[in-house]
Design a protein around this ligand. Structure first.
Ligand SMILES: Cc1cc2nc3c(=O)[nH]c(=O)nc-3n(C[C@H](O)[C@H](O)[C@H](O)COP(=O)(O)OP(=O)(O)OC[C@H]3O[C@@H](n4cnc5c(N)ncnc54)[C@H](O)[C@@H]3O)c2cc1C
Length: 531
């Protein structure tokens, strides 16, 4: 321990926004010693993210929190896009391929409060009024953080520091990591209000792509968070938004207006997500247009990706190189939403009437084309993120469902004691799950024997938490669960397939043959860092 360090931990998480709270909660759940600090004396009341995407709802389900979000928030099932006085088309998220066929509209303050509850439940807490001001790496390659608590300095020594400290991340700057990108030329503004009269659905995001664009996102209580591009620095935000809306609802008025604010946006990405023992996640690592509601959702996924990896390395169950996969998997995901956000900003900023007409026609055609519309919907919900090219996923190629893809959440299964469940929920564990799946031609006795071998493997290996078996073929219902033949076909399974499901729901290994040998190779890779 360094001479001035007064406290020690394994992971110091800097910043108790949604990203840091989720990370600290997941680390605590896995018993990883962790300290979470935040410079603010209390949670921020300036509310930002309202749109929680289906992928984040899946994460909250896995953490046992989804019911809280569904109860506290409101559903945004439809995205209705308007321009030039007409409805260009509607995206119905019910078709996105998830049991969560909607976004949840909920204030970021409530999201943080639910995540704080989860952190407390797992024995953690937020150390407030504690600002990171310095970082050094000592001779043991550990980080010594200088922290000021209510003006009093102290030091914290940690094996790893994760900067979840937002746009102006001190962790990023002190860690010597660059931040590249650009500021968006035109500012945005926001306020909360009710609209009267309102005859349309409240389960929606309504986009009006007029020269001064306005986006209404549903929040609880039949209210809307209203985003707009104001015409000048001191324009009347409510009057400007109303003038756009009146092209569609002539008598529309915003009433009970709250919290008007103007803000500037950036498209930025950290040059690296890791520098030695220093990691970045959330807004500290990437910023994008708020227009598509990806910022917080992307940060939640960062934290969910990193937590189980830090835990396995801390426990000595996996080699340190596992941590390199965090940037490899998550940085491209941020690049996708940044590009999509820039395209969105460019498209809403068009003023030339001919260009606007061409844009509107392109949106109309895209929404009318089922394939394009579905592709866009899956991107909007962040269900398109996959890690097929990650160096830590392995296995037999399959055109239907391969390693690096996320287990779908809409496959019902029957468990041995006749209980029904959803296949993906069988992987909701702090550790990885071995899932043995039989297709129509699976040999029932071989399946049973393999299942028994996997259960023994789980007892002997710290990498896996449990083993389950299901089949669409002939079987002994008391010991093996039932998978529908259509589900086996959806997953490209004919004989017997072994999947190793990572704690974040992605497939780490797919083995269609030589299952135990493939599993040994996979485990050896995670433990040694080479194959
Ligand atoms: C108007 C608006 C609307 C948005 N809407 C959406 C949306 O609908 N959906 C969506 O996904 N995203 C949205 N976003 C983006 C979203 O708000 C952010 O992506 C999200 O808040 C990032 O969370 P975070 O935890 O990474 O960082 P933050 O929420 O910024 O948290 C960082 C924390 O770090 C603390 N901190 C900073 N410096 C230090 C230090 N030196 N020491 C200790 N603590 C420190 C801060 O006090 C803060 O609590 C929106 C953004 C804006 C501006």
């Amino acid at each position: 321990m360094s001479p001035n360090a007064s406290r020690q931990t394994t992971v110091l998480v800097v910043g108790a926004g949604p990203t840091g709270l989720l990370l600290a909660s997941e680390l605590n759940r896995r018993g990883v010693p962790c300290e979470l600090i935040d410079a603010q004396p209390a949670p921020l009341h300036w509310d930002r993210a309202t749109v929680v995407h289906p992928r984040s709802l899946q994460i909250f389900e896995s953490m046992g929190l989804v019911e809280k979000f569904l109860t506290a928030g409101c559903r945004q099932r439809f995205v209705k896009i308007h321009s030039d006085g007409e409805l260009l088309g509607t995206i119905d998220l019910a078709g996105c391929g998830s049991i969560y066929g909607f976004n949840v509209g909920i204030s970021e303050e409530t999201t943080e409060s639910i995540l704080t509850g989860s952190l407390h439940q797992h024995g953690g807490q937020v150390n407030r009024s504690s600002r990171l001001v310095g970082l050094t790496i000592n001779s043991d390659h550990r980080v010594v953080a200088d922290i000021e608590r209510d003006g009093h300095p102290y030091q914290m020594e940690a094996r790893w520091v994760v900067g979840c400290d937002g746009l102006h991340s001190a962790t990023r700057k002190l860690g010597g990591i660059g931040f590249e990108g650009h500021e968006m030329l035109k500012p945005w503004a926001v306020f909360d209000a009710s609209v009267e009269p309102w005859a349309d659905t409240f389960e929606a995001i309504m986009a009006y792509l007029e020269p001064f664009p306005v986006v209404l996102t549903a929040i609880p209580g039949h209210r809307w968070r209203v985003y707009l591009r104001p015409s000048s620095e001191d324009s009347d935000l409510v009057a400007e938004a109303a003038s756009t809306l009146r092209a569609y609802i002539p008598s529309a008025a915003f009433v009970n207006v709250e919290n008007p604010a103007r803000f500037r946006c950036h498209t930025m990405i950290a040059t690296s997500y890791r520098s030695g023992p220093v990691f970045l996640a959330g807004d500290a690592a990437h910023l994008c247009s708020p227009g598509q509601g990806h910022g917080m959702n992307c940060g939640l996924q960062d934290a969910f990706n990193l937590a189980w990896k830090l835990a396995l390395v801390h426990q000595g169950a996996a080699h340190e190189t596992l941590l390199d996969s965090y940037e490899i998997e998550r940085r491209p995901a941020a690049a996708i939403v940044m590009k999509s956000g820039d395209d969105y900003e460019d498209s809403t900023a068009l003023t030339d009437p001919t260009e606007r007409k061409a844009r509107d026609q392109a949106i109309k055609s895209a929404l009318a084309d089922q394939e394009i519309s579905h592709h866009d919907m899956v991107a909007e919900t962040e269900l398109n993120i996959e890690y097929a090219h990650s160096p830590i996923v392995f296995g037999d190629a399959n055109s239907s469902f391969a390693a690096g893809y996320r287990l779908p959440d809409n496959i019902p299964v029957q468990l041995p004691q006749a209980a029904t469940a959803n296949l993906h929920a069988l992987g909701h564990h702090a550790g990885s799950t071995l899932m043995l799946l039989g297709g129509p031609t699976a040999d029932p006795s071989a399946l049973l024997a393999l299942h028994a071998a996997l259960q023994k493997h789980v007892r002997d290996s710290p990498l896996f938490e449990t083993a389950v078996a299901l089949t669409a073929g002939a079987h002994e219902p008391d010991s093996i669960g039932r998978l529908e033949p259509a589900a086996a076909a959806q997953l490209g399974i004919d004989g017997t397939t072994l999947l190793a499901i990572r704690p974040d729901g992605y497939v780490g290994l797919r083995a269609d043959r030589d299952h135990l040998a493939a599993l040994d190779r996979y485990g050896a890779f995670l433990q040694t860092g080479h194959s």
